[in-house]
Design a protein around this ligand. Structure first.
Ligand code: SF4
Length: 339
């Protein structure tokens, strides 16, 4: 990794959400130089990119490092030591992992400690006193994590004791009421930020149902976690899976991701979605997939339709005649029904 030219005092976990933004602002106002660490994990709503990025953010007045979290992170999420929250969110294990990665970066840049936007009592699983202490114990960061939004309610950190930051100018917020944060944002003219936890699909019911279903069938890869973000998902009787795009952008993304890796299928005559089949190109799989795809295309029910498909690592297309499916087949095989 490259490094910015000035001395970093503290490394901040920056999610893009309001709390981490305010936490950083409170410290910038005290003249501290920060490095904003934005972990790009596979469960963000946007598609995961496996690339490190460094840039200057004028609003944050700080350098930002975007650091991808890959298979190692996924392994932690799928087998969490401290279990899951209300949905499929293993927040304590997730934070432990992120703190550990952050500690390495703190050492790399010679910073003094870590800053987070955590607010005491805001999230039941990971933001209570005992969970915060547990996370610090597991990551050997006791006294080195400053939470500016709740600092006055928490034990004094070494960062405050050694006067790197003035504790009196930090806040004492707690609980789920976000009015104080909104007021601060207004006062400081901050209008663009993500909604709280809005970026993590592990708190999304539809996504986590698909994720849990997929886990029952195979060892998941990062690629699988990304496909779970797109389209409608069907489990075929053979155990194969079909993913069908719902709108143009999804169709384009599925075509891009699936090319050369999965069997691609679409209506050969009429406008319709892109389908990706994960499984063997057996007649039974191909025929059911064709029926589902033409159920969502402009082909007419009750009239034979033609689909075309491309096998992975082959350039040419083959064709197949099918009868478009009906609501019954959709209801029977769809993993999470449309709302
Ligand atoms: S909400 Fe998601 S990203 Fe945030 S701590 Fe929990 S599991 Fe991790």
């Amino acid at each position: 990794m490259s490094f910015t030219k000035y001395k970093i005092d503290l490394v901040a976990l920056y999610s893009g959400g309001l709390d981490s933004l305010l936490a950083m602002r409170l410290l910038r106002d005290q003249g501290r130089n920060l490095l904003a660490l934005k972990f790009e994990h596979p469960f963000n709503k946007n598609l995961w990119r496996n690339s490190f990025k460094e840039y200057w953010d004028a609003d944050l007045e700080s350098a930002v490092w975007e650091v991808p979290l890959g298979q190692e992170f996924l392994d932690v999420i799928l087998k969490p030591k401290y279990g899951y929250g209300k949905n499929f969110n293993p927040c304590i294990d997730c934070k432990i992992y992120m703190y550990k990665r952050a500690v390495k970066i703190i050492q790399e840049v010679g910073a003094y400690g870590l800053v987070t936007g955590e607010v005491l009592g805001q999230r039941p699983m990971s933001q209570n006193q005992s969970a915060l202490a547990l996370i610090e114990n597991e990551t050997y960061t006791r006294g080195l994590v400053l939470r500016p939004l709740s600092a006055q309610l928490l034990p004094e950190t070494r960062i405050e004791q050694e006067h790197l930051v003035n504790r009196d100018r930090l806040l004492g917020l707690s609980g789920r009421n976000r009015t104080p944060q909104m007021e601060l944002a207004k006062q400081w003219g901050i209008s663009e930020y993500q909604t709280p936890a809005g970026g993590c699909l592990l708190t999304d019911i539809g996504y986590t149902k698909r994720l849990q279903e997929a886990i029952r069938h195979k060892q998941l890869s990062i690629f699988d976690t990304q496909l779970l973000k797109l389209g409608r998902h069907f489990r075929l009787p053979s155990g194969a899976k079909l993913i069908v795009g719902r709108f143009e952008e999804e169709n384009n993304l599925l075509a891009l991701l699936g090319k050369g890796r999965l069997i691609m299928m679409e209506d050969a005559v009429n406008k319709g979605p892109v389908g990706l089949l994960e499984g063997e190109a057996k007649t039974v799989n191909m025929s059911i997939s064709g029926r589902i795809i033409t159920r969502y295309s402009k082909s007419k029910e009750g009239k034979e339709a033609k689909v075309r498909y491309q096998l992975p690592n082959r350039d040419g297309w083959n064709e197949l005649n099918v009868m478009p499916g009906d609501d019954e087949i959709i209801e029977e095989l769809i993993i999470v029904p449309d709302k």
